[in-house]
Design a protein around this ligand. Sequence first.
Ligand code: ZN
Length: 325
Amino acid sequence: MPEEIIDRIYRIPVPLPGNPLKELNAYLIKGGGRNLLIDTGFRQPACREALFAGLRALGLRRGEVEVLLTHLHSDHSGLAPEAARDRTIYISAADRPTLDDLHARQVHWDELEARFQEEGFPRRLMIRLQDANPARSMAPPMGGRYESLQDGRVLEAGGFRLQCLLMPGHTPGQMCFWMEEQGILFSGDHVLFDITPNITVWPQMRDALGTYLDSLRKIGGLPVRLTLPGHRKPGDLHQRVAQLLEHHHRRLDEALSVVKANPGQGAYGIAGRMTWKIRASSWEDFPAAQKWFAVGECMSHLDYLTLRGLVRKTTEGGKAAYYAV
Ligand SMILES: [Zn+2]
């Protein structure tokens, strides 16, 4: 059931069954004329029930809210068209094509799979993931009245002013929403507190990790009093930004030492030699989806090192191989 955060702002917990994230935090800003729903949950029954029961408890039905998405991921966007009906769904211009343009969505997945294959990700696992990956199966259907947001745009609802801040990294168009007067920040998945946001590679971003670290430093400069994240509990933003920066620098060091000790491997082989917080006895025992995330994370770190001249990448015969410089 909804939890009041401050007058006119509520959190609606939406369960994500079987997903390590456990829950999505949808937020509702209740206004006289306009109700803004920030994020929605997967397009899946358990999410649908919780979201719409939450809205009902606040006196709202489908079609009585506008939807504001922090980013394109389907645990945030899956139910957006059902919630908004013929009202507007706002999303950053950079994330929008992957969501509402079927051709762009297909090109996105094709390019991503080509990269994973080049890095040694087994073809048979990739095929298994094509049906099982919630990023695909629980994404919103085509259709919906989307409107693109640019960095700096201000939306008003419930007497509040929300400034849209583009914070690319977790996705190319990840946005945070900043209520300066109240010192409240909706951080989406840019900053999470007891889990580390996944940073992978994107065909549209040459240096996803470098871009993410820049966005972290940027958000860390705001005088935030309360951060409302996309998953789990709030926490101290400035302390968390420092921890996340340190975490990625440690991971960069680790990736570099694995490359030094194992020259000529692709990201799949390198990821298998890094440490992960997953309960599996060996890399071979990792569930396919977890391997996909681990290899993605590893590639973003390898790209960072390559672009800064610390590592050299070759792609002979369509196979990626990394060497320490
Ligand atoms: Zn996400």
